[in-house]
Design a protein around this ligand. Structure first.
Ligand code: HDL
Ligand code: ZN
Length: 418
């Protein structure tokens, strides 16, 4: 008969091993199939000019924003490396992430030799490097964020290309919902017979646009990020397009609608991509959507830490709501630990605890290394709590649970006929 502590250590070791070894489906990233060329960012300079580090770097820079933006990527990276790694210890999560990635790639960060690092990266071919990064991160599939409104991305889809099976797609439609007045003329130019008034004809053509693009990219879900003041129902084009075009088309296609709530775009435009802020979302809007459209599947993540508990409770009320990830400003150990515990304790395993949101390929390595450690620790505590009741979980059951958390639960949700 194993002693209690012996059994607990055994479970902890099993959980640690299984979480470290289980491949994950990364359900939201800003990475691209290599067919998109320069859109796929990778290597030390892209790691250093990641907008999270740009924001942190500007806390030390005296130069005007525009002076930074006219610099080359290498010059920007040099400034960030000096300010955040040399003049100050790289304590922040985004800085530590760069070092975790370099370390796991087998590079010696003690040398602090940026030119040498650049030489090492210059020797890689992107296809080989994708394989290497996915291996080290334990990522088996990468879901992209694909926007027909991106003038660089759209032509690549229109021309067609042989897809890399490791990359799946999601249709990002923010401009359609949050800036309809500017977007209607673009749809018209692309051959969709729409105008600004949301007539039946316009709604029908918006649905055709959504259907055409979802099929073209084989979109797993549609997605939009909304500001904190997003409301539903509401007397505006966003709510009407959501209700009359987007959600019916998601039902027709049988795919989820992803809502990412709470981002205040461009609170500081000088920072460009790094200039977005955060706000408390009105989650009653989500509650109305889940209740009003029980046949739609809502895949949701929210940006404010203060919204997380209400989101968990809402997921208990609506089985057509699947919550995912520690998004953006919540993706720091302090909050990932809190959110993962809250979710497991309120929802059990019917959720997806993390996505990487990676914008630079190499970030997969650190984002998943850091997340696995945190998820493993929480699961060890939860299984040990179970063991104290006399309930024993087998290694196969732990494996099953972790596979669910690492993409299985989301895949079941995708397949579910609501
Ligand atoms: O809107 C989003 O999908 C966010 O993830 C933004 O892209 C944000 O800039 C980001 O990269 N967060 O990690
Ligand atoms: Zn994102």
């Amino acid at each position: 008969m194993k002693s209690e502590s012996g059994n607990a250590n055994n479970i902890a070791a099993q959980v640690e091993r299984i979480v470290a070894a289980t491949p994950v489906s990364d359900i939201h990233t800003h990475l691209y199939d290599p067919a998109f060329g320069e859109l796929l960012l990778w290597g030390i300079d892209d790691l250093l000019v990641y907008h999270y580090l740009v924001a942190e770097g500007f806390r030390y820079f005296d130069i005007p924003y525009e002076k930074f933006w006219i610099l080359s990527k290498t010059q920007q990276a040099d400034l960030i490396w000096d300010a955040l790694f040399i003049q100050n210890s790289p304590i922040s999560e985004a800085c530590r992430g760069v070092l975790t990635t370099l370390n796991l790639l087998g590079l010696d960060v003690r040398k602090r030799d940026l030119p040498a690092l650049r030489k090492w990266f210059a020797d890689w071919q992107v296809e080989d490097y994708i394989t290497r990064c996915m291996e080290l991160a334990g990522v088996k599939s990468i879901c992209m964020t694909n926007s027909p409104f991106d003038d660089v991305e759209r032509p690549v889809w229109e021309k067609g290309f042989h897809r890399d099976g490791r990359f799946t797609a999601a249709l990002r439609i923010d401009p359609l919902l949050v800036s309809w007045a500017e977007t209607a003329p673009r749809l018209e130019k692309w051959g969709y017979n729409v105008n600004e008034t949301l007539s039946e004809q316009t709604i029908k053509e918006v649905r055709r646009f959504l259907s055409d693009w979802t099929r073209k990219i084989q979109g797993r879900y549609m997605m939009v990020s909304f500001p904190p003041d997003f409301d539903f129902p509401a007397d505006n084009s966003c709510a009407q397009l959501l209700e009359k075009a987007v959600l019916p088309e998601c039902r027709e296609l049988g795919i989820p609608m992803a809502l990412m709530l709470g981002v205040k775009r461009q609170v500081n435009p000088g920072l460009r991509l790094a200039g977005d802020g955060i706000g408390l979302s009105k989650l009653s809007a989500l509650e109305h959507l889940c209740a009003r459209f029980p046949e739609n599947k809502f895949l949701v993540t929210v940006l404010a830490r203060e919204n997380q508990h209400e989101l968990c409770v809402m997921a208990r009320k609506f089985r057509n709501l699947h919550i995912f990830g520690c998004w953006w400003f919540t993706n720091i150990p302090y909050i990932v630990d809190e959110m993962t515990r809250m979710r497991l304790e309120l929802l059990g395993l019917s959720m997806t605890p993390q996505h990487s949101d990676a914008r630079v390929l190499d970030q997969l390595i650190y984002k998943w290394q850091h997340s696995r450690k945190l998820i493993s620790q929480v699961l060890q505590d939860k299984y040990s709590d179970l063991a104290k009741t006399g309930w024993e979980v087998s290694p196969e059951e732990i494996q099953r649970d972790v596979q669910n958390l690492f993409g299985g639960a989301f895949e079941s949700f995708e397949k579910r006929k609501t």
